[in-house]
Design a protein around this ligand. Structure first.
Ligand code: EPV
Ligand code: MG
Ligand code: ZN
Length: 342
């Protein structure tokens, strides 16, 4: 009888840790939302470990665990912009680092900044967008509306708060210059998750895809980090149809709740927030065509290994076109149930 321990004993430590989640954990097809809550915390630790960042930056395990728990606590529970979203975004950045071998294009400092920005990028999100902050004259708007990117500036401010909480500063053993550079990178990477900012830099990203990446250019490195961030923020679109469909239910639940709130405040919501006017398949097709697909196309142009991911987004877009036909054939948009999503 072969004893279990004999088998376990023979698997090299790294592989064993990978298998504790799923042997596809580090593949683009893996759906991070399927990981159970407890394993999400362990997986965050593992991702820093597996990219060699814990030893490189002398991060104490105690501090890393405290940091991850504080970040999780920093998230509220709106339908979409919650801890599960943050975890799935960080996981995609980990996949990029691992499968595109970013470590021979970006420094360890840039990679730990990207990973940390991802897990923190939506912390304390209220389930309402920047326009709502300004229109409702929220506290965040009074703080940040003069500079724009209201929510994203708040997410960064919260990140700094978490890092300056005793026992949570994972960068505490960095040299002062590196610490300052890491914080500056995290700030710019989180600011890149404002849709308006992303649309502004799209022409530069397309230029990058056409003329190639010049890694000695600081601007190109920042563009690549911003693109990795936004590609990770949208990564639910890169998984199977079940994930994409479920994500839409969550996002529009959140968007329509904002619209309900705006109606109660006497304001007319944008179509995307108005459950009586929105046609979800049409909105999803627009979003994927104009925002998601162009971003993934640039990344696929820069890295051949990423073409399979781009193709999966294309497949989801095709599926939305079928759903749209079905949806319209049923007459007036009726999003109440959102269960039309077969
Ligand atoms: C499935 C899916 N549909 C969406 C449909 C519409 C919009 C939206 O904001 N439309 C406003 C008009 C003016 C364009 C966002 C959507 N969206 C995002 C998202 C991405 C973000 O920023 C980056 C990553 C930089 C694009 C920031 C916030 C969010 Cl919620 N994530 N998933 C989605
Ligand atoms: Mg955001
Ligand atoms: Zn996000």
């Amino acid at each position: 009888k072969v004893d279990k321990d004999d088998i376990v004993g023979n698997i090299p430590d790294k592989q064993l840790t990978l298998q504790q989640f799923d042997e596809n954990f580090d593949k683009f097809c893996y759906p991070p939302r399927s990981l159970c809550p407890d394993h999400k915390i362990k997986a965050c630790i593992w991702m820093y470990e597996d990219l060699g960042l814990i030893s490189k930056f002398h991060i104490s395990m105690h501090t890393l665990v405290h940091f991850i728990l504080m970040v999780r606590k920093g998230y509220r529970e709106p339908p979409y912009h919650n801890w599960d979203h943050a975890f799935s975004v960080m996981h995609h950045a980990y996949l990029l680092a691992k499968n595109l071998e970013l470590n021979d294009k970006l420094s360890d400092l840039e990679i730990i900044a990207l990973l940390t920005a991802c897990i923190c990028h939506d912390v304390d999100h209220r389930g309402t967008n920047n326009a709502f902050q300004v229109n409702s004259k929220s506290a965040l708007a009074s703080l940040y509306s003069s500079e724009g990117s209201v929510l994203e500036r708040h997410h960064f401010a919260q990140t700094v708060c978490i890092l300056s909480t005793s026992g949570c500063n994972i960068f505490e053993n960095m040299k002062r210059k590196d610490y300052a550079q890491t914080l500056d990178l995290i700030k710019n990477i989180i600011l890149a998750t404002d849709v308006a900012t992303h649309l502004q830099i799209m022409p530069q990203l397309e230029d990058l895809a056409k003329n190639g990446l010049n890694l000695s250019s600081k601007n190109h490195r920042m563009l690549l980090l911003s693109l990795c961030m936004t590609a990770s923020d949208l990564s639910d679109q890169t998984k199977n149809w079940k994930t994409t469909k479920n994500t839409s239910k969550l996002i529009y639940k959140e968007f329509f709740s904002q619209g309900d709130l705006e109606k109660r405040m006497g304001n007319l919501p944008a179509i995307i927030n108005d459950r009586e006017r929105a046609c979800v398949p049409q909105l999803q097709i627009n979003f994927i065509e104009h925002i998601a697909l162009p971003a993934y196309k640039v990344l696929a142009n820069l890295f051949a290994e990423y073409i399979e991911v781009y193709e999966r987004v294309q497949r989801n877009l095709k599926r939305w076109r079928l759903v749209e036909k079905e949806f319209l054939s049923r007459g007036l948009p009726n999003n109440d149930s959102l269960d039309f999503l077969t």
